[in-house]
Structures are given as structure tokens and as C-alpha cells.
Design a protein around this ligand. Structure first.
Ligand SMILES: *[C@@H]1O[C@H](CO)[C@@H](O)[C@H](O)[C@H]1NC(C)=O
Ligand SMILES: *[C@@H]1O[C@H](CO)[C@@H](O)[C@H](O)[C@H]1NC(C)=O
Ligand SMILES: *[C@@H]1O[C@H](CO)[C@@H](O)[C@H](O)[C@H]1NC(C)=O
Ligand SMILES: *[C@@H]1O[C@H](CO)[C@@H](O)[C@H](O)[C@H]1NC(C)=O
Length: 380
């Protein structure tokens, strides 16, 4: 268990770039531009705070996190708050994959499957800070072969976060110089656009959500592992966020299927699944989330073929809110009070050749992995 002072010192020793200063006294790096301020820590290359304008003319911290940085490794619900999980995010089915006839066994840390590569995942490691300016920061990680069980070949990855005029840009790159290895990355941010200040509700269901290019989604089993089937959401049905703009995220919360819609034999309420993004015009917003209470609207643009939505069913109230959020200092992160939005390739695509994503999810010598997304903030 870390003390705050020891953890801040460890964060400060993660600096390797020329002329990168130490983080501030509470372990964070701040970048800002008109209408947006973001704070990060080298642990997990995580975003800790994101301040944008609200309709009252103030600024509001719209992502989850902890005031005390030493709490990130404790992380009771393992929520991977706003980090870069890797080297293969989400699930590897049955903790196994094959390359060219050779089968590799990965760590079973999620009911028979591998989640976020196992317990040595990138979201719980200190990354290096390699560059920092007033509006941009770059983190890098060298991931040794087999440092997560069954993930062979060294991988080097970096993420650059930058801000400009109410836009947050994220660019991830990776190489695998020695051999082919599974690589699937994402930026795993949890949002509550009201910063838990809406006296009417902490729950996420009054936010509106629109994914205009996402009629289809992956069917998943009770452990949130894709079954292989791709389904089409009927307009107005529980998993439909495509057919109409301005629909509430909780539009189906009285549907009897809502309680177990994300599995766990009926216990996971809401959403923990993958929606395909198909036929989106280049540069189009592929997801819009907004809240009437704060007036904040956020648009996602990405080069990825889909997005994971997880509506925080496993948050159990053990995590305390940041001082920048909530209506008093005792509020906690309760079930279904946030949403993680993760642009990424098809989960477990390495084990599903029928989707045609398996080759794209293997990275090898001479290749470069690249991932890019942006969030544009505005008012409703
Ligand atoms: C797969 O194996 C074949 C036969 O051994 C070999 O020629 C080929 O280069 C291998 N492909 C990869 C991607 O390793
Ligand atoms: C990631 O690693 C941490 C630290 O070992 C562990 O607590 C967590 O359960 C792992 N898995 C996930 C899914 O984050
Ligand atoms: C940070 O950089 C140092 C020096 O190059 C290297 O030894 C270390 O492995 C790097 N740490 C990570 C997490 O990549
Ligand atoms: C990977 O590590 C495990 C122990 O964690 C070991 O049993 C296995 O032999 C290693 N694989 C390779 C290829 O080094």
C-alpha cells in the first residue's frame, strides 16, 4: 500500500524526456486550451480530471477519478479509471489465442477469460513521461515479452494527449519489433457529464446517447465475452442508440430485459458491450452524449471500427468522488452512475477469424499500430 507522498515521488521518477518537469505537488500534469483543462498521471497514462464549460458558464469536471493519486492502484472495483489498458484490452476468450497454428495461453483473471491482458495490465503500471508542453503530454511504455502471461515479444507504445479549443485529442502508437503479438488498445474513460451535481439523480440514465452509425452490435455471453454473432438492434429496442438522436441512455430501463442486459446471469444491469461503427463518413461524430442538467455535450470521432459502452453496473459505492464532483464530500460512485466509452477494435477479434479483424489485431516486425480519437465538448 502506497502513502500519498511515496506515490507522488514514484510518479515524479517516471520522467525520461528531455526537459520534462516533475509533476505538480499532487502528482499531476496539467494541459489546457480555451474551454478545456485536462490533468494526467503517469500511472496507467491516466486522465484524472477533465474540466469543460457547462451551461451555467462555469467549468465542470466530467470524468471519474480520485483526489488522492495513491488510491489509483487500490482501485476497489478495478475500474481502470481513464487509463490505457494493454497490450490487448477487453477480453481474450477462454484465455487462449493462436498465431499460425501455435496456441498461447494467457492469464485467466475474469471467469475463464483474460481481461485487459491479466494482472500485469498497462493501466496499473508507471508509464514514462517523454514530452510535455502547455497543451500536450506524451506517455510511453516498454512492455517486455511475456511480462503478461502468454503475450510474447517486446512492445513499445506511446500515447499523446493534446487539447485545443474545447477538443481533447488522443493518439496511440505501438510497435512490436521482434514477433507477431496481439495488440488492441483503447482509452478507457468514465464519464458523468453532471459531475454528480444533479440533485435529482446520480444515475447515468438521463444522459442522452446517439450512435448514428451503430445499428449492429456484438452478442455477448453471461461473462461479457462476444459469442461471435453480430446482431442488429430493432429501432426502439433496448440496444438501439442509432435510430434517433436525443434518446435517453436509460430509454429501456423499465424493460424487464434491462436488469440482465449485460449478463452475469441477470445481475449486470444496463450495458457492457460492443457496438460496430459502420459506413461513417470520414470525420463524422460517431457518438454524441449529452446531459440537459449541465448542458454539456460531447462528440466522439475515431478511426476505430466500434466502441465499448459500459454503464458502471459493477460500481458498488466503495469509491469516493473527487472534491471537484458531487454535492458534498461524502458522495460515492454508485451502481449505474457513469459510463465508460472505449473506441476500439472488435473485442476478442483474434479468436474470431469470421469477423475479418484477426490479422489487424496482430502486430509484428516492420508494422506500426496507430489509434486516434477525439472528444469535442460543447453545449446543448
Ligand atoms: C506461418 O507459417 C508458415 C509455415 O510455417 C510460414 O511460412 C509463415 O511465414 C508463417 N506466418 C506467420 C505470419 O508467421
Ligand atoms: C489489472 O492489474 C491490476 C494490478 O495487478 C489488478 O488489480 C486488476 O485486477 C487487473 N485487471 C484488470 C481487469 O484491470
Ligand atoms: C522508462 O524509460 C527507461 C529509460 O529508457 C526504461 O528503462 C524504462 O523501461 C521505461 N519505463 C517504461 C514503463 O517503459
Ligand atoms: C512465460 O512466463 C511463464 C511464467 O509466468 C512461463 O511458464 C513461460 O514458460 C513463459 N513463456 C515464455 C515463452 O517464456
Amino acid at each position: 500500500m502506497w502513502t500519498t507522498a511515496a506515490f507522488v515521488a514514484a510518479l515524479a521518477s517516471s520522467v525520461y524526456g528531455a526537459a520534462v518537469p516533475a509533476p505538480d505537488a499532487d502528482g499531476r500534469y496539467t494541459i489546457s486550451a480555451p474551454g478545456i483543462t485536462a490533468k494526467f498521471i503517469p500511472y496507467g497514462a491516466s486522465l484524472t480530471n477533465l474540466f469543460v464549460r457547462d451551461k451555467a458558464g462555469g467549468s465542470i469536471d466530467v470524468v471519474l477519478g480520485y483526489d488522492d493519486v495513491a488510491y489509483y492502484p487500490v482501485d476497489p472495483g478495478h475500474p481502470v479509471y481513464n487509463a490505457i489498458p494493454g497490450r490487448y484490452a477487453n477480453r481474450i476468450g477462454k484465455a487462449k489465442y493462436s498465431i499460425n497454428g501455435t496456441t498461447y495461453t494467457t492469464q485467466d483473471n475474469d471467469g475463464g477469460n483474460t481481461l485487459h491482458s491479466g494482472t500485469n495490465n498497462w493501466s496499473f503500471r508507471f508509464w514514462n513521461v517523454t514530452a510535455y508542453t502547455k497543451d500536450s503530454i506524451t506517455f510511453a511504455i516498454h512492455d517486455k515479452s511475456n511480462s503478461s502471461l502468454g503475450m510474447l515479444g517486446d512492445v513499445d507504445a506511446s500515447v499523446t494527449y493534446s487539447v485545443k479549443n474545447s477538443v481533447w485529442n488522443i493518439k496511440i502508437e505501438a510497435t512490436s519489433p521482434d514477433q507477431l503479438t496481439p495488440v488492441l488498445l483503447t482509452q478507457h474513460t468514465y464519464f458523468n457529464l453532471d459531475a454528480y451535481r444533479n440533485p435529482a439523480t446520480d444515475l447515468i440514465w438521463d444522459h442522452t446517447l446517439h450512435l448514428p452509425y451503430s445499428k449492429r452490435y456484438l452478442e455477448a455471453d453471461q461473462g461479457a465475452l462476444p459469442t461471435g454473432k453480430i446482431l442488429t438492434a430493432e429501432p426502439g429496442s433496448i440496444n438501439d442508440f442509432a435510430s434517433k438522436a436525443g434518446v435517453k441512455f436509460g430509454h429501456s430501463k423499465t424493460d424487464p430485459k434491462f436488469k440482465g442486459n449485460c449478463g452475469a446471469d441477470g445481475v449486470c444491469e444496463g450495458y457492457n458491450g460492443y457496438w460496430l461503427i459502420e459506413d461513417a463518413p470520414k470525420g463524422a461524430a460517431v457518438l454524441t452524449i449529452a446531459s440537459e442538467f449541465s448542458g454539456v455535450k460531447a462528440e466522439l470521432r475515431t478511426d476505430q471500427p466500434g466502441v465499448v459502452l459500459y454503464s458502471c453496473s459493477w460500481m458498488d459505492g466503495s469509491a469516493i468522488l473527487k472534491s471537484t464532483q458531487g454535492l458534498n464530500d461524502k458522495q460515492r460512485v454508485v451502481k449505474s452512475s457513469c459510463v465508460a466509452i472505449e473506441a476500439q477494435d472488435y473485442p476478442d477479434g483474434i479468436n474470431r477469424p469470421e469477423w475479418g479483424r484477426a490479422d489487424a489485431q496482430l502486430l509484428g516486425p516492420g508494422e506500426k499500430y496507430s489509434w486516434e480519437s477525439s472528444w469535442t465538448f460543447g453545449l446543448l
